[in-house]
Design a protein around this ligand. Structure first.
Ligand code: ZN
Length: 140
């Protein structure tokens, strides 16, 4: 199977974003019918959990680092979703509210200068990561 996405170069922002999406999912595949868990400290294993761009593909800048556009899916579910767009729609609906989905849709059409936007998004992701860590601490 072809993975066109893998030809797009990954930046530092892509890496921390992908890490955030998988941390947010607690290193668990977010397909409700799967739920496979991964050990984040085992790189061979953690690589099998992907940050999957469900709504709009990773090549599209305005939604590339949007946390409502992505979920953590295992490699098996990622392939399955790529082949069944309506299943992707179903999974999106299991995880996001209509407001969040519409927000992503609205972002899609925005025009950004890639470099400036990436810097802006990187800072935003860092805040999300911090908030997630605080939540983990308070949840015990
Ligand atoms: Zn899965």
């Amino acid at each position: 199977m072809f993975h066109r996405k893998q030809k797009i170069k990954r930046s530092y922002t892509d890496r921390i974003f992908s890490q955030y999406i998988r941390d947010r999912a607690d290193w668990t595949c977010q397909n409700p019918k799967c739920g496979k868990q991964f050990d984040k400290d085992n790189s061979k294993e953690s690589r099998k959990l992907h940050c999957c761009h469900l709504g709009y593909g990773r090549g599209h800048i305005p939604t590339r680092w949007n946390e409502y556009n992505c979920l953590a899916l295992c490699n098996g579910c990622h392939t399955w979703i790529d082949q069944h767009p309506y299943r992707a729609l179903w999974i999106i609906n299991q995880h996001f509210s209509i407001e969040q989905i519409l927000f992503v849709k609205d972002q899609y059409r925005k025009k950004y200068k890639k470099k400036e936007f990436e810097v802006q998004e990187r800072e935003r992701i860092k805040v999300l990561i911090k908030e997630l860590k605080q939540k983990e601490v308070s949840d015990g």
